[in-house]
Design a protein around this ligand. Structure first.
Ligand code: IVH
Length: 751
């Protein structure tokens, strides 16, 4: 079927025709295999088609088709779907695990809004559907786009697939001109079971649970496959809108229902935590009979005006929380403990388990956190599992809650095999043999090998190319591992990625000639790398994989310093103060210990001050350090980690080599740059009457302003309420514009 004339003797026209035929045949085979029909050809024939296609493409690289089957090998469908940038971010939810946390959620909201215990505050409570979220865009009543959540900002375009779902109307009437409806795609238990039966009958893979089945069905390249899978949709939220749906959450849900969407009939209004918890119990009791998976109850502030005031944290709304059901449990045998070395050198123990089903999912690994956890202690030295340690051969109770990595809840000592020895945590790195040490107060043992440790280097590189970092298309975890181990074109540090093309050009064994590569794929990779010589500052910072510097912290730092030069200058200047701070922290710890031993009161601040003074820190250094740790979202722990990374000659060398390869480091875009306070430094002082301090700060930041606690020459605006004192005086001295609360509200358009 795939033989044909020897590739070398094909004419260009013949090659073109044959590539078209192969693309067609392979696509058909793919549909038959993954879809509802029985596979039409054997695996061997399928492989032969692919091989023939690859051979022709290698001989005629310029004829490679845009829908080339070779581009689809192993590529997850996610890469094949086009990307959609959400007009409004799709967020996730914070969690609460017990009644106490629900009460705290309510208290937090009341504090934030400045509501006394007497003021009424209503919530909706509804089941949390265990599926995948989807955003449907309706323009003038017609469905124009459907997108998955993706990373919240950019999702995948699955419009054709969504159109095949019965619960999703193609057209709606009396709707706002623009309406994005958000909700959950899921599969019922009955449909899931029937699908797995059909899959088994035709030798296709079965799904572990309804959620995986729903995700796998929605994210199909071929919409006819989605159509044949019985997916459903509950609407529970919205994104961009041309006009409000209602004044309350409940009103909006009713409106969505009136527009023809399916909403969940277990949604209730509750007057406070007591009623919320009562409805939680009702839903939990109904769980087994609902016919679809839910994993908790979502509470949302009902008043949409209050929702708007409450706003969002970085990835979750302040006005909603998911109250999760308790985890599911199962017993199994611990077969081995493996140690994985992460990018910061952390040695993470992983439990290898005899496979067991926990709440419908087969679990064979669980996290063991660290050596104390294995020994039966938490990070404060308190007993966990009644102090029972975990040994290889033990019977252990595994639990999982929602998406979280399974954990070990308990050990059955009665079943402990005779002679089972306590687990000895390695003190050398299993990957590079360097010492693995534990800093005081840190539960984690870390490899000290730095970049000489291959595991750390590879993990750092994987992080570097990951989606939220440099996001280089065609350079994923697999390729990074390959290049890292490569002798001809090695990539050992990030800068090496950017010299790949030049090194390849000088080499005889060209990348394009290697197995699994061709002119096109090598060319595409080099181009994708070139494109990233221009990168946002926050991505660059996050990509460095410095401990404690996550995505949000990197954004905060970029916003604070605005340029790479300003950041590096600040870190270098602040170094003496950073070291003094560490010395002070250590002196404080030592004083605490000594005092505890002698049974006297610890003189912590004196010890700190003495250690700090002994360092003789220049004023400028202290000032820059203070500014760094006062920056929004940055604290001393992160600042010290950042300072250490930039002061370490090896790491600094790698950073400088990387930066030398980049063309430009882009400053952060000011959020909401049409706002009059974007980029301005604002200070609030005195008492505020229409909002709480926390609310004022969050609102200002969401408009792109920087909120500072003290007035200095850098302050642009002081918002002074009644009782403003020294700050107002200082602002007047410095000639800084000062307005009152009403002035502020009208400035930002909230009056
Ligand atoms: S509200 C801004 N309501 O849970 C918050 N989410 O863990 C919008 N989910 O990403 C979400 N049922 O995919 C909301 N009744 C419900 C939900 C629900 C399921 C999902 C949703 C979200 C995830 C967060």
């Amino acid at each position: 079927m795939s033989g044909g004339i020897a590739v070398e003797t094909l004419s260009e026209a013949e090659a073109r025709t044959e590539l078209a035929r192969l693309a067609n045949e392979i696509a058909r085979a793919n549909t038959a295999y993954h879809g509802e029909d029985t596979p039409e050809i054997s695996d061997a024939d399928y492989d032969a088609l692919k091989a023939r296609n690859a051979a022709i493409e290698a001989a005629f690289p310029h004829l490679k088709r845009s829908d080339s089957p070779s581009e689809q090998v192993g590529a997850s469908p996610s890469e094949a779907f086009s990307k959609v940038t959400h007009e409004q971010r799709m967020l996730s939810l914070g969690n609460a695990f017990d009644a106490g946390e629900v009460a705290e959620f309510n208290a937090r909201i009341r504090r934030y809004l400045g509501l006394g215990p007497e003021s009424p505050l209503t919530y909706t409570a509804e089941p949390k559907i265990d599926g995948l979220s989807l955003s449907l865009r309706y323009e003038n009543g017609r469905l124009t786009q459907a997108a998955t959540r993706g990373d919240g900002q950019v999702g995948e375009n699955v419009t054709a697939n969504a159109r095949t779902i019965d619960d999703i109307p193609e057209e709606i009437s009396d709707a706002p001109a623009l309406l994005e409806v958000r909700g959950e795609v899921y599969m019922s238990h009955a449909d899931f079971a029937a699908l797995n039966v059909r899959q088994t009958e035709r030798g296709a893979k079965t799904f572990a649970n309804p959620r995986n089945a729903a995700a796998g069905s929605l994210r199909q390249l071929d919409a006819t496959i989605t159509q044949a899978r019985p997916l459903r949709f509950f609407a529970y939220a919205w994104g961009a809108l041309s006009e409000p749906l209602a004044e309350t959450q409940m009103g909006a849900i009713d409106r969505l229902e009136a527009l023809g969407f399916v909403t969940n009939d277990m949604t209730r209004l509750c007057d406070g935590p007591k009623e919320m918890l009562a409805h939680y119990e009702t839903i939990e009791q109904a769980r087994a009979t609902l016919g679809y998976d839910i994993d908790g109850v979502v509470y949302k502030v009902n008043d949409l005006g209050l929702q708007a005031r409450l706003g969002y944290r970085s990835t979750t709304p302040r006005w909603a929380v998911a109250h999760k059901f308790p985890a599911e449990l199962a017993w199994t045998r611990l077969e081995a403990i493996d140690i994985q070395v992460g990018r910061t050198g952390a040695l993470s123990p992983v439990a290898r388990l005899a496979p067991v089903t926990v709440g419908g999912v087969v679990v064979s690994n669980a996290t063991l956190h660290n050596e104390d956890y294995i020994a039966g202690r938490d990070n404060k030295g308190m007993e966990i599992r009644d102090g029972k340690d975990i040994r290889v051969g033990d019977w252990v109770q595994v639990y999982r809650a929602g998406d979280v990595i399974p954990k070990i809840a308990d050990v059955d000592l009665a079943k402990r095999p005779e002679g089972a020895a306590p687990y000895e945590f390695p003190t050398v790195c299993p990957e590079c043999g360097s010492d693995a040490t534990r800093e005081e107060g840190d539960a984690i043992r870390r490899c000290t090998g730095g970049l000489i440790c291959p595991a750390q280097a590879v993990e750092k590189l994987k992080h570097f190319v990951s989606r939220a970092a440099f996001d280089i298309e065609g350079l994923g975890a697999k390729q990074v591992e390959m290049f890292h181990a490569d002798d001809i074109l090695p990539v050992r540090e990030p800068a090496d990625i950017f010299t790949l093309r030049a090194r390849d050009a000088k080499n005889v064994a060209k990348l394009a000639k290697r197995d699994g590569w061709g002119e096109t794929s090598a060319g595409n990779l080099f181009q994708a790398i070139e494109d990233k010589r221009e990168i946002e500052m926050s991505r660059l910072l996050f990509a460095l994989g410095i401990r404690h510097v996550g995505e949000i912290a990197a954004q905060d730092l970029a916003r604070h310093y605005q340029s790479w030069e300003a950041l590096t200058f600040a870190l270098d200047t602040a170094r003496p103060a950073a070291l003094a701070r560490r010395a002070a922290d250590e002196a404080a710890d030592a004083e605490r210990r000594a005092a505890a031993e002698d049974g006297r009161r610890a003189r912590v601040s004196e010890a700190r001050a003495r250690a700090f003074a002994a360092r003789d820190v220049p004023d400028e250094s202290a000032a820059v350090w203070d500014d760094l740790i006062a920056a929004d979202g940055i604290g001393p722990v992160m600042a010290l980690s950042l300072s250490d990374a930039f002061a370490n000659p090896d790491e600094r060398g790698a950073i400088e080599r990387l930066v030398a390869e980049l063309r430009s480091i882009l400053p952060p875009e000011t959020r909401a740059d049409d706002s009059p306070v974007a980029g301005k430094t604002v200070v609030f002082t005195g008492s505020l009457e229409k909002m709480t301090r926390a609310e004022a700060k969050a609102r200002a930041e969401s408009l792109g302003a920087k909120v500072s606690g003290s007035v200095s020459a850098k302050t642009d605006l002081l918002v002074a309420g009644p009782g403003a004192g020294s700050k107002a005086v200082k602002a007047a001295e410095l000639g800084i514009e000062t307005i009152d609360e009403d002035g502020w509200l009208s400035l930002i358009g909230d009056a």
